[in-house]
Write a protein of this length. Structure first.
Ligand SMILES: C[S@@+](CC[C@H](N)C(=O)[O-])C[C@H]1O[C@@H](n2cnc3c(N)ncnc32)[C@H](O)[C@@H]1O
Length: 274
């Protein structure tokens, strides 16, 4: 899969998702977790950073971010946003695909150099992070975990926001609309998604699968639901229509998210490098 397919989304991504009421509710929930796990002065590696909304927020908290994405246009948008926010000294935007991390997971053994081919430094990061489904574009999570294990310092936190298979909103909505194939797409091995002019496979790993793949190098700290009572982003118009209802549902979800774990449109997995 070539992540440059996402270039076409870069100009409209913020208007279509980031700045929507639903997008803001969801992202604030992620920021709460990031605020608990990362601290000023740390250096965090972000994967699939999109237009840099989180990188800028982290930088505003005093955290240095190496923000990577496979789409050069997304990376460019990140650099522009960091500059506009006056935090470009704390955000390094790099074009880098997840596949490159997967393939370079053992650079020490191959070339005995302390720096990977893509310029990331071994054991240099206090933590790593990926938001809103960037990781759903690959299914090589164990090699990714191994790659991250080389980059993150012992004790460093890893926060992954991933789309899982158990999304009652998606199932119920498409069932009601007679769209059985879409209702059950998350239970298939992978589901095709139209990205610009391309169609790419999307994988929906259950949280327990990801925990298992990361277990050789990372302790599991907790998992929480994101978007169990709130709908998926393509139903954001419902949130615009009934803002009070969904604000309450979001509050409820915030309090119960750890009980519902891997359920929801996304889940947030928090791990710690051994
Ligand atoms: C849904 S967006 C999420 C963006 C951002 N994390 C956010 O919170 O808004 C998915 C991002 O993953 C990136 N992406 C998809 N596949 C990728 C891959 N294989 N390697 C690196 N980035 C990838 C896309 O370019 C896009 O920016």
């Amino acid at each position: 899969m070539n992540p440059s397919a996402f270039d076409a989304f870069a100009p409209t991504y913020d208007a279509d998702f980031t700045h929507t009421r639903l997008g803001q509710l969801l992202r604030q929930r992620v920021w709460r977790v990031l605020g608990q796990q990362f601290h000023a002065g740390q250096h965090v590696l972000e994967l699939a950073c999109g237009t840099g909304e989180d990188a800028v927020w982290l930088a505003q908290q005093g955290i240095h971010v190496t923000a990577t994405d496979g789409s050069a246009e997304m990376v460019r948008a990140t650099a522009v946003k960091a500059k506009q926010a006056g935090v470009s000294d704390r955000v390094t935007a790099v074009t880098l695909s997840l596949q490159e991390i997967v393939e370079n997971r053992n650079p020490y053994a191959v070339n005995r150099k302390p720096i990977t081919d893509h310029g990331l430094r071994i054991a240099d990061y206090d933590g790593a992070f990926s938001n809103f489904g960037g990781l759903n574009t690959i299914n090589e999570w164990r090699p990714l975990a191994e790659g991250l294990a080389r980059l993150v310092k012992p004790g460093g936190k890893v926060v992954l926001v991933v789309m899982g298979p158990w999304c009652p909103w998606e199932f119920g909505w498409h069932l009601l609309h007679g769209e059985w194939g879409t209702a059950v797409r998350r239970f298939r091995a992978s589901a095709p998604a139209a990205i610009g002019n391309d169609t790419i496979p999307i994988w929906y790993p259950p949280a327990r699968r990801l925990r298992r793949e990361f277990a050789p190098w990372f302790h599991h700290l907790h998992t929480e639901s994101l978007g169990l009572w709130l709908p998926p982003s393509y139903l954001g118009h419902l949130v615009d229509r009934w803002p009070c209802l969904f604000t309450r549902l979001n509050q409820w979800e915030r309090h119960t998210a750890r009980l519902t774990g891997g359920w929801g449109d996304h889940y947030i997995l928090v791990l710690q490098k051994m």
